[in-house]
Structure formats: structure tokens, C-alpha cells
Design a protein around this ligand. Structure first.
Ligand SMILES: [Fe+2]
Ligand SMILES: [Fe+2]
Length: 282
């Protein structure tokens, strides 16, 4: 029998931000080009719990498999959202919601892509950030944050992404990194990976940010060698809203964001945000 992914592709997208009607329309048009296609969704589907559920549910109904990693926006507790859960409880509820839809989360067994370019483990990661992507000459997270406030470049996470029950987002991130390392260490050492996270695993992609103060909300130095240590054939991320392909240490990094309408509108033409990570050329 042919494997379920025969002729399919491993596709990826992020930063769908479906609260914008224009983006919701783009998401409603995302369809597989082969019945074997898998879709990675690397965070920032939306903010309202029900929006995240309906967008992921629609995608799960169309793609053979959907793999999700949370972004900062899913982890917000927007004041008007009837789901008022905060922090780790909100994340747990998102995981349960995904499981109900058949969507793979960072808490599930990592699926093995067996189509072209496989077998590889597809690894959704939730690592958050810890303010270690600091500007040169800035030694402490406090100083880093102070400079960001001075420059007027402060991520909304400071107001809406609550770390409960952890004392800080950095402490939550440290816990996530420890848990994820244990999972990755347990993988078959002969198996390559596609690592999927909302925030880039390495700092270099943030070098092109228009506001360098924003980098402190973009990842953690604790994951700097994961793409090498855990045999990545590709690392997928979003969050920066700068879609592009780069290479670090011989590993392909793919920023797969759709971004806000004003951002993709500037690029011209109707957006086709899905990128092929693995799969046969057609
Ligand atoms: Fe985003
Ligand atoms: Fe984000």
C-alpha cells in the first residue's frame, strides 16, 4: 500500500492573524494540492480562542494532517474573550482544543513525515522567549526592557501574555526549554527532524528587524544549537513577519508568515503564503 503521504508535500505557514477579515479570507482559500499534503501552522493564528479553533478546524478538515505550535497571540488573554484563561492554563486548553480537532501540538507524539525527503520527525516546539536576544552592550533584561520602553518599542505581550503560574515569561520559557530538550533527547538519533516553532531558534533572523529592541521578544539563546544538535533538515518559524529563506550552519531556516494585511498588501498581489518544506516537485 502507498504511504499516506505519497506525492504529498509538507507545507508550512504562520502568522495567519485571522481577526483581520482579509486574512481570514486568505486562510479560507488555503487548500492542499495533493490529498497527501500536511500543513504546519507555526503560531499566531489569532487571539480569540474561538477564532483559533475555527481557523485550525477548517484547515484540519482540508489537510491530511495539521501540526500547530503556539505563537504569542494565541497565548494572550484578550479582555473581550469569553475564554479568560491565562498562561499555562490557556496553553493547556489550546492543546485540548487541538486534540479535539485532530491537530498535532507540541505535547503530542511527533509525527513522522514519510513522503519525499522523509522519513523525518516533525517537531512542533513551544519555547517562548526570555529577553536574552538583547542589543549589543545591554547586559541585563531589566536594562533591555528599559531601553525598549524609552524607544517606544514594547511588545503587547507585556500586557496580555500572562505567565501564570510562573513568575515571569522568562521562567516559563526556561521550563519549556527543559521539557522540550528531554523530548528531543529521546528521539531516535538516526532520525532527522523538521523543527517548528513560532519564535526563531537562533538569533540571526532578528538582525534585520527594523526595531532592534523588539528582538528580546523573539526567542532565547538556549535553543541556539538545536538545529544542529537535533539533526534538522529545516527549521520553520514565524513571528517576525519577514517571510524568507536563510541558512545557518548548513540548515535551511524558513520564515513562513502571512503577516498583517498592510504587510502583505505592500508585497503586491494576492498572497500565497504556504511554503513547501519537503516534498516532490510537481
Ligand atoms: Fe504574528
Ligand atoms: Fe508572533
Amino acid at each position: 500500500m502507498a504511504p499516506e503521504t505519497a506525492n504529498g508535500s509538507l507545507l508550512a505557514v504562520s502568522d495567519l492573524h485571522v481577526a483581520y477579515a482579509e486574512n481570514r479570507a486568505v486562510v479560507d482559500r488555503l487548500v492542499p494540492s495533493s490529498p497527501g499534503d500536511w500543513l504546519i501552522v507555526a503560531g499566531d493564528v489569532g487571539e480569540r480562542f474561538a477564532d483559533v479553533e475555527s481557523a485550525l478546524g477548517g484547515l484540519a478538515a482540508r489537510f491530511r494532517r495539521v501540526i500547530w505550535a503556539p505563537g504569542n497571540h494565541e497565548l494572550w488573554t484578550p479582555p473581550a474573550d469569553p475564554v479568560a484563561l491565562r498562561g499555562a492554563e490557556r496553553y493547556a486548553a489550546l492543546v485540548e482544543m487541538c486534540r479535539g480537532l485532530g491537530v498535532i501540538t507540541p505535547e503530542d507524539e511527533y509525527p513522522i513525515w514519510r513522503g519525499a525527503g522523509g522519513p523525518v520527525a516533525v517537531v512542533p516546539i513551544f519555547q517562548l522567549y526570555d529577553y536574552t536576544f538583547r542589543m549589543p552592550g545591554v547586559d541585563s533584561p531589566e536594562e533591555s526592557l528599559r531601553r525598549a520602553y524609552e524607544a517606544g518599542v514594547v511588545c503587547t505581550d507585556e500586557h496580555l501574555l500572562h505567565p501564570d503560574p510562573f513568575p515571569s515569561r522568562a521562567a516559563w520559557s526556561a521550563d519549556r526549554v527543559r521539557r522540550t530538550e528531554r523530548r528531543l533527547d529521546d528521539l531516535d538519533p538516526a532520525l532527522p527532524t523538521v523543527l517548528v516553532s513560532h519564535w526563531p531558534l537562533v538569533r540571526r533572523p532578528t538582525d534585520v528587524l527594523r526595531y532592534p529592541e523588539f528582538a528580546q521578544w523573539c526567542g532565547t539563546v538556549r535553543t541556539a544549537d538545536w538545529h544542529v544538535r537535533y539533526r534538522a533538515v529545516a527549521a520553520v518559524y514565524g513571528h517576525l513577519h519577514i517571510p524568507r529563506t536563510t541558512e545557518y550552519d548548513g540548515v535551511r531556516f524558513e520564515e513562513v508568515s502571512l503577516g498583517y494585511p498592510r504587510e502583505w498588501g505592500r508585497r503586491g498581489g494576492p498572497p500565497a503564503p504556504m511554503r513547501r518544506i519537503l516534498g516532490a516537485d510537481r
